[in-house]
Design a protein around this ligand. Structure first.
Ligand code: ZN
Length: 277
């Protein structure tokens, strides 16, 4: 029997990047009016107004800030670049604290020409270096494994197991995992790894969208739930069965959708959420 559908929007969150044409204030107004209770804020929408003003807008809205996206991009051949990445991640952690986000999502990075093994060691070391700052600001660090098609230049962490190994090595309550169905749906160990992460209190976030067949662009052609081939509802049921009580975050990068009417798109997101998530 297929897992039951969601029947309300009480656990729906949307990433501001999903509605990229909108400012933070527009996202906040639209989500609030639409009865969407959660928001994940991308750093680009903080550029104009700054984290303090953004924090005021968010607190006044009553929305739950689920996370700040994103930090990461740790590995580099040059030590100065690794240091710059650490500095930028500390800034991201501070921004998260300012807007009331309990965690930042980490796209961990990869460098063409550097072995993935070396990159993973640098990632592990960098996240370890950030733990005291995460603890001091009460902001958790969520490693998001990325689909292996991004292994060349966006993330050397490509599976849940690799993310778990980093977590186990660091063994800190401030480091966990963000599960994104777009990146992990193909992994035969996904259900097992979701349960392992939850059992260790490391399952920090859950992102949904769909995998279009055919995918026309590696970055900006994600599908709305139901437009592709991912068993979203089944994976969401695994996450729930593992004890996760957080938000189902809609995170869709789509050139097509960004060119469409964002208010109509928000209605479509809500419909697709109940029908396919
Ligand atoms: Zn994601």
């Amino acid at each position: 029997m297929p897992p039951p559908a969601l029947t309300d929007f009480s656990r729906l969150a949307i990433h501001t990047m999903t509605n990229k044409p909108w400012t933070l204030a527009q996202c906040v107004d639209a989500y609030t009016a639409a009865g969407v209770p959660g928001i994940t804020v991308w750093r680009n929408v903080l550029q104009d107004i700054g984290p303090q003003a953004a924090g005021r807008i968010l607190r006044d809205s009553g929305l739950t800030v689920v996370s700040l996206a994103r930090g990461g991009f740790f590995p580099a051949f040059e030590p100065s670049k690794r240091q710059a990445a650490l500095d930028d991640n500390r800034l991201a952690i501070d921004e998260a604290a300012a807007i009331g986000a309990p965690l930042i999502v980490l796209v961990c990075g990869a460098v063409p020409g550097m072995s993935l093994f070396d990159a993973r060691q640098q990632i592990r070391d960098a996240i370890g270096t950030l733990i005291p700052h995460a603890q001091a600001t009460n902001v958790k660090l969520a490693i998001e494994p990325l689909h292996p098609m991004y292994a060349a230049d966006r993330s050397a962490i490509n599976t849940m197991a690799q993310a778990r190994q980093v977590c186990e090595h660091l063994n800190s309550p401030w480091v966990g995992i963000a599960v994104d169905v777009y990146h992990t749906w193909w992994d035969g160990h996904l259900e097992k790894e979701i349960h392992l992460a939850a059992a260790a209190n490391r399952l920090l976030a859950f992102h949904i969208c769909d995998w279009r067949v055919n995918t026309r662009d590696l970055l900006n052609d994600r599908g709305l739930m139901g437009e592709g081939c991912i068993n979203i509802r089944e994976i969401r049921a695994w996450v729930q069965a593992a004890g996760f009580t957080g938000y189902n975050e809609v995170e869709i990068f789509s050139t097509d959708r960004w060119a469409s009417d964002q208010s109509q798109y928000l209605d479509q997101i809500k419909d697709a959420y109940l029908s396919f998530a």
